[in-house]
Design a protein around this ligand. Structure first.
Ligand code: NAD
Length: 350
């Protein structure tokens, strides 16, 4: 059965879904509802059935799946209304503003026996998949630290994103992607979370944050987002006991892996002189003790998100972005907000 998609909130992200999901076999975008009449008109001009009333949109029997692409503070009520109308539901990230809100949404999906998932599209980012493959293939040895960052210099956040009451701020906006990426690849659970949030140019919300996730395995992941950083560090920096990786950008156009080779234990490190004194530990490794590897190849396409939704509706596949995983990410985000408020690391409870 094709996905017959109706969109709630025909703004920037909805137009992206309209354009890109329409190209996927078995996915038809057919309708949109928005509280803003100008957006409904735009949807109609782009070939969709436009609705100005939610009840009329939800009564459209041709729509079997609803995408909620509104500001974050109304995701819960709109998703539940759609599920109560018998529709499968995809919600844009962040799914909701708290674990409690999400639990109500999960309960609605179970009560109505409908699909419920979240557009965690950055699970399909090329840079992320390459980093993950390097770690999982053991190219770095035992990994003890992962740093994931996005640095930009735009500064001012626009529209609803700049206000807490609409679910604005970077922890909800990019934090939810970057935390999801890390949790989705880790076999071990987060034991504690420490976070610092800042409002550098946007007074009502966080526009710079650092979150430290401490895993049961001993690994630490640092996640950092800054909207006012006029210099930037690599997208990924990962260290293991036999190698290290950096990737500079989303496309992984530049980056590298350096690993120790068999000679590493035999070739002694040399002492070098710095302007104020000698050091051995911080001298470069002799060239013949290390190998420089290409980043591994990955074959990845975001379209798998919608193909999976289509196949789950047809009973042919298991859901990729599971509500339980989204709940885990949301509980880590809650812990990060709590850590910032208390100044303490927050222990996770399972
Ligand atoms: P936007 O402001 O461009 O569009 C939001 C639209 O929702 C507007 O047209 C607005 O009129 C409409 N709207 C507001 N309240 C409504 C309501 N109660 N009922 C119906 N319509 C309503 O915002 P955006 O940038 O498109 O973001 C929308 C969602 O998409 C957010 O949750 C955001 O986090 C998410 N998003 C996800 C990604 C991603 O990569 N996954 C990227 C950008 C945005």
């Amino acid at each position: 059965m094709p996905v017959k998609l109706g969109i709630i909130g025909y703004g920037g992200m909805a137009r992206w879904h309209h354009k890109n999901a329409s190209k996927i076999d078995g996915v038809d975008v057919i309708a949109a509802y928005d509280i803003d009449a100008r957006m409904v008109k735009e949807a109609e001009e782009n070939g969709l059935r436009g609705y100005r009333a939610l009840n009329e949109f939800l009564a459209d029997k041709d729509i079997n799946t609803v995408l909620v692409a509104t500001p974050n503070h109304v995701h819960k009520e709109l998703a539940i209304a759609a599920m109560d109308a018998g529709k499968n539901v995809i919600v844009e990230k962040p799914v909701a503003l708290s674990v409690a809100e999400l639990d109500e949404m999960i309960a609605a999906s179970e009560k109505n026996h409908v699909l419920f998932t979240v557009h965690q599209n950055r699970r399909w980012d090329r840079d992320y998949r390459i980093m993950r493959k390097a770690v999982e293939d053991g190219l770095l040895g035992d990994v003890y630290t992962i740093e994931s960052r996005v640095h930009g210099c735009g500064g001012t956040m626009y529209g609803w994103r700049a206000y807490k009451k609409y679910g604005g701020g970077m922890l909800y906006d990019w934090g939810v992607h970057l935390i999801d990426q890390i949790l989705y690849m880790m076999p071990s659970k987060v034991e504690s979370v420490y976070a610092r949030l800042f409002s550098i140019v946007n007074p009502d919300v966080d526009d710079y944050f650092k979150v430290l996730l401490n895993f049961g395995s001993g690994l630490t992941a640092q996640i950092e987002v800054g909207t006012m950083c006029l210099e930037s560090l690599p997208r990924w920096f990962v260290c293991g006991n036999r190698g290290a990786l950096h990737i500079d950008d989303f496309e992984a156009k530049s980056g590298s892996i350096t690993s120790l080779n068999k000679l590493a234990d035999e070739v002694p490190a040399e002492v070098i002189d710095t302007p104020s004194g000698p050091t051995r530990l911080f001298a470069p490794r002799p060239e013949d003790a290390t190998d420089h590897l290409e980043l591994p190849e990955v074959n990845v396409s975001w379209t798998e998100f919608y193909e999976n939704v289509r196949d789950v509706i047809d009973g042919k596949a298991e859901l990729i972005v599971k509500p339980s995983e989204v709940r885990y990410t949301m509980s880590v985000i809650e812990a990060a907000f709590k850590s910032h408020e208390t100044g303490q690391a927050v222990k996770m409870k399972y």
